[in-house]
Design a protein around this ligand. Sequence first.
Ligand code: GLN
Length: 287
Amino acid sequence: MSTPPQSTLESALRQTRAETGLPLNELRILMGCVTGLDRVGLLTKGEQPLPPDQITAFKTLASKRQQGHPIAYLVEHKEFYSRSFFVDPRVLIPRPETEELVEHALGFLQSKSTENLLTRVLDIGCGSGAIAISLALENPILEVTATDISVDALWVAQFNANELGAKNVRFIQSDLFSGLLNQTPALAFDLICSNPPYIEQGDKHLAQGDLRFEPAIALTDGGDGLHFYREIARQSPTLLRAGGGVLVEHGYNQQEAVLAIFSQPPYTQVQGLPDLAGTPRFVFARA
Ligand code: GLN
């Protein structure tokens, strides 16, 4: 009896593509995860035999992908601001638009660092820690505080901070500002930033694509999508240093409403900003 031809990396890719209809680029990412090979390795080692345990692992990932599981959860990481963050279903997968929030925040904090010896920033609802850790690593003299209501998310964020070597960031479990008030000495920040859950309850997007697999608590406020902006606008002033700012990310159709929320004392110079795709995406308000 002749032994069946051994699967190679390339033959497993082609066969799984035919079976699942998944795009080859996605299958290559999954194959990279299973074999530990990078893009060049995958292209040059296509004829390498694939051990049975790796075939099984690859097919399991492909089948999950076919069911719709996000690639980032399957490979357990997501690139954000040129760093690899661990992610799993406990946290929202960081989006490229949010890298622009980091960019705006760094610009503002840079201008503040000439005024204060120590510049402090707060990230409300940190999830995987992508914003807070990126800020901390990009500007090591910042003192970054990040909160989340979810202990699961905080575990992931602290793990990422350890892995990426961010020492100037601390995580606090807090429902919005509840865990931050009444601290002695009182906390005061130059910038409060947030990418809060902003999708309206019942929005059809929640039942589509990656969002089906992400934590609902990170996506929707269970109401009109604006609850967290109202609360951040109301509660931030007590935690802001003079001349401090609030920077929030919002949904594609929410800028007018978020601008209106921040267009009240003590905020001044309220400004809407687009993302790189030209979609209104951020509101910055100075107090
Ligand atoms: N940016 C996510 C999306 O719409 C939503 C995350 C959030 O609610 N902040 O895909």
